[in-house]
Write a protein that binds this ligand. Sequence first.
Ligand SMILES: Cc1cc2nc3c(=O)[nH]c(=O)nc-3n(C[C@H](O)[C@H](O)[C@H](O)COP(=O)(O)O)c2cc1C
Length: 168
Amino acid sequence: MDLLSTIKSRRSIRKYTKEVPPLELINKCIEAALYAPSARNSQPWSFILVKNKEVIEKLSKAQPFTKFLEGAPYVIVALADENKSNHWLEDLGCAIMLLLLEAHSLGLGACWGAIYHPQSKERENYVREILLIPEHLRIIACIAIGYPDETPPPKKVKSLDEAIIKVV
Ligand SMILES: Cc1cc2nc3c(=O)[nH]c(=O)nc-3n(C[C@H](O)[C@H](O)[C@H](O)COP(=O)(O)O)c2cc1C
């Protein structure tokens, strides 16, 4: 598939089959994230790969909209070192996007579970305690990943005419 087709056909997948994808595929998704752009090429990201069912179950309770994590064979916790970049949040957005795209291109399904919240560290603290994550690593997302067990329809997006508000 060419890149634009991959981009256009990706959807968030929140239901997964019981089949556990080979670790090699999960590693490819994380590898894709490592090539993301970052401010001053700071590459502030790191990841925790969670396979343990009980731990995944606990993570799924981080907030009401992360319940879908509980059905995933893997959860990737995406972390940002706030000492390495002034733009750690944007940097991680780029990295996670590449991870999600690689997952889709490999026939996997994935979905971002939000942990970072601009007004509260409550969810971060919850995940931090479970995984014993040091304070300087901000916890951005818990990403569920597995083989898709749902097929959401293609997404309606803005037309180019709506999106480009001015050409100067
Ligand atoms: C920053 C961010 C946070 C998100 N947090 C959640 C979440 O906590 N729970 C969830 O089910 N989906 C979450 N999503 C997935 C979005 O709901 C999804 O991307 C959006 O509805 C568009 O659908 P699509 O990914 O299929 O294109 C998040 C996505 C982003 C980019």
